[in-house]
Ligand binder design. Sequence first.
Ligand code: ZN
Ligand code: ZN
Length: 206
Amino acid sequence: MQVKVFQQGMLSTNCVVISHENSCVIVDCAYISKDIEYYVTHNNLKVVAILLTHGHFDHCGGVNHLLQSCNCQDVDIYCNDKDIDMCFQAASNPWGIPSENCVVTKSLQEGRLHLGPFVFDVISTPGHTAGSCVLLIDNYMLAGDTLFCRSVGRTDFPESNVLDMNISLRKLASLDKDYTVIPGHGQITTLLEEKKFNNYLLQALR
Ligand SMILES: [Zn+2]
Ligand SMILES: [Zn+2]
């Protein structure tokens, strides 16, 4: 399995292509994600599904463009039900950052998700948004905007909830295994390091 991270869009979203042989799953896709599109087509990868960690425009606003340029319009787009409306309105984000509306076709829910050769464990982590999810695959944690390197996602949006965020952070901290954490923005880290040095996470555990 190969994991490739691309920083995309005006907010430098970490968008991830996970591939195995000729198949891939794409996690989050900011507008416009030409590097991903080039990588997918150049390596002849068949897109099995697109997963969204949450519904913010900087994570889903490039999906529509990607579908067209990779010629994979029939692929399912997964997001948690609670964030679907946000995806559909990605183009009208309050910052006016270029994005396209994204039509989610499948509900991303807590539990195991088999997609072609890939097996994800989905953890529901509301807080940053009501539908935020963290995805685990092998030794990787795709943390969306829930957990960052030495920081955590914003909870000052109307769609956020601080109490939920604390519960979600506790959930992540309770995982025994260590993971390479690929956050929605910024530097890659490990869960073990964050459990030791992330003051926001430590505060949520108190
Ligand atoms: Zn976000
Ligand atoms: Zn974000």
